[in-house]
Design a protein. Sequence first.
Length: 82
Amino acid sequence: MFTLLKALATFVVSFFMGMVGLVLGVIIYGGLNEQLLEMEANHQVIAKAIAFMCIGGSAILGGIFGLQKGARWTGLFDNPDF
């Protein structure tokens, strides 16, 4: 039961870190919005694709970082059963 609580705590930390990464990615995209309006159409598509990759990458890396940190904080790395 305690391992289940540790796993749940790890998920919560991972989810929170992923959301932080997602918010940072959206802030970056919002900062690029004015520059996107001034670009030509074909450059806009490339710039938007790069911005969305940054948002997705930030969320994924934030989630992985949170999962790793959460597992260390809750002691799941030290548990031989997990």
